[in-house]
Write a protein that binds this ligand. Structure first.
Ligand SMILES: [Zn+2]
Length: 477
């Protein structure tokens, strides 16, 4: 609905405080443990936080399903004079989100035409996640060799897959297209396994895994940690979604844990499921999700099976790249036109001028406090959770932190991609840089495989509790 307020064009050069929209999806972290709740409180979206309610997502942008406004109710869309190309979010995940993928542009158009109720957008939705806490997620298919090991090791999983699909996996040649065909056959077979079968097998699997987790169970000496981690993930998902065979997803998808400041990018048509932790998320302005499990919402297995790329191996994990010659400004640049994210850190006793931009931007204060100044004398209070709109070509804004402050001021800034020719992130489809969970040595038979200069996170053991905040550190490269 259009705002009744008229936007004063004379303030077009001003940085404007925003009022985001929040979403209370059931997987959100509850009460004040949720950053979304704290940020919503600070920005005046809510007056109080209900300790028993989930606070899942905070949206900053012009998407019609969650339009951001100014403090006086004027919509951001009317200020911008149209849609922003990106949607900027904070996510607080207390339990797993559904297993999902987002369609490419053509796929989104088709889905929207065929089923506008479930697919409200005709835009694609590539997305970028930057961790604010240790963050667990399933991203992209495992390598076929890993899946084969898991099929052999877990008869209950094997029982949910047709013999034909199993043969395709075990007899597969080294050819990339053959591997993709075999993986597609396996995924389709698993997803179309009759519920009666998958439920019985899931029960048997959980019983066995639970027994193997007990203290007196002697683990076979050769069992690598990634396999144990996979088993623990299945037990946890099964607890969160009783009876949902989606709990077996860690057999198929890479299970990764990234540290605060690290990021990954999910291109169109890549399966993923975020499991726990808090992130900044930026995406093209869209809300199209094709779901396949771990959700009470509409599941669309046929479309999911048809749309996936079946690339294998996880995404590149990247801890940001210094931008504008200042290592206090770290950029996270995906290979997509609509958006990129900067994390900007200002230490006590320092000031930092934000990059001059020819495109509109949104920023949100992540931690610390400070104030601002520009040639128009705009003084804004920087406190965690406050968010602002910066119009294109606005006077340069300088952040300053008093040297009596104990910690740095840190903000996250999003805008249209200004470094499209120098992306820092890629997905499995255009890179073979990350070989999954390092479960198996990366095949050396292909000397052309590029090695990534980026930092990787291998198998990390961390007891993650949802909502637990660890100091946000942007690791230096
Ligand atoms: Zn997603």
């Amino acid at each position: 609905m259009a705002s009744v307020h008229t936007y004063d064009k004379s303030s077009q050069r001003h940085v404007l405080p925003l009022r985001p929209t929040i979403k209370d999806y059931a997987w959100g972290i509850r009460g004040l443990d949720s950053r979304v709740a704290r940020f919503a409180l600070e920005s005046g979206v809510i007056d109080e936080v209900d300790p028993d309610s989930p606070y899942a997502e905070l949206w900053l942008g012009t998407h019609p399903s969650g339009p951001t406004t100014l403090r006086d109710g004027t919509t951001l869309e009317s200020v911008v004079g149209g849609q922003l190309p990106f949607l900027f979010k904070i996510l607080s995940a207390g339990k797993a989100l559904s297993i999902q993928a987002h369609p490419c542009k053509d796929g989104a158009k088709r889905l929207h035409l065929e089923n506008p109720t479930n697919y409200g957008d005709d835009n694609h939705k590539p997305e970028l996640a930057v961790a604010l806490t240790p963050f667990e997620a399933m991203c992209g298919f495992r390598r076929l060799e890993e899946i084969a090991i898991l099929i052999k090791k877990h008869p209950e999983f094997a029982a949910c897959i047709s013999n034909e699909a199993k043969l395709a996996i075990f007899l597969c040649s080294r050819d990339e297209d053959d591997k993709k065909k075999a993986l597609r056959m396996l995924f389709q077979s698993f997803m179309s396994c009759p519920v009666e079968t998958s439920q019985v097998q899931l029960k048997k699997l959980l019983k066995r895994l639970q027994k193997e987790q007990s203290v007196d169970h002697v683990h076979p000496h050769e069992e690598p940690p990634w396999e144990r981690k996979c088993a623990r993930a299945i037990l946890r998902l099964a607890q969160q979604f009783p009876g949902d065979s989606g709990a077996m997803a860690p057999f198929l998808l890479n299970y990764l844990l990234i540290a605060p400041g690290e990021s990954f990018y999910m291109a169109a048509n890549e399966p993923h499921a975020y499991v726990a932790g808090e992130i900044i998320e930026c995406m093209a302005c869209s809300d199209n999700v094709v779901r396949a499990g771990l959700t009470p919402k509409f599941k669309d297995v046929d479309n999911l099976v048809n749309m996936l790329t079946y690339s294998m191996g996880g995404p590149t994990i990247n801890a940001g790249t210094p931008a504008y010659g200042d290592d206090r400004i770290m950029r996270y640049t995906p290979p997509t036109r609509e958006f990129e994210v900067m994390i900007i850190t200002c230490n006590p006793g320092e000031d930092i001028t934000l990059p001059a931009l020819s495109v509109p931007a949104i920023f949100v204060v992540l931690e610390g406090s400070g104030n601002t100044d520009n040639e128009e004398g705009q003084r804004l209070v920087m406190r965690p959770g406050r968010s602002y709109y910066m119009p294109e070509h606005c006077p340069e804004l300088t952040l300053a932190v008093n040297d009596s402050k104990r910690g740095p001021l840190r903000i996250a800034l999003a805008h249209e991609n200004q470094h499209l020719d120098e992306p820092t992130l890629s997905c499995a489809e255009d890179s073979k840089q990350w070989g999954g969970e390092f479960a198996l040595p990366t095949p050396t038979s292909n000397p052309g495989t590029p090695r990534s200069p980026n930092k990787y996170v291998g198998v990390r053991e961390l007891n993650l509790k949802p909502g637990v905040t660890v100091p946000f550190k942007v690791p230096k490269l």
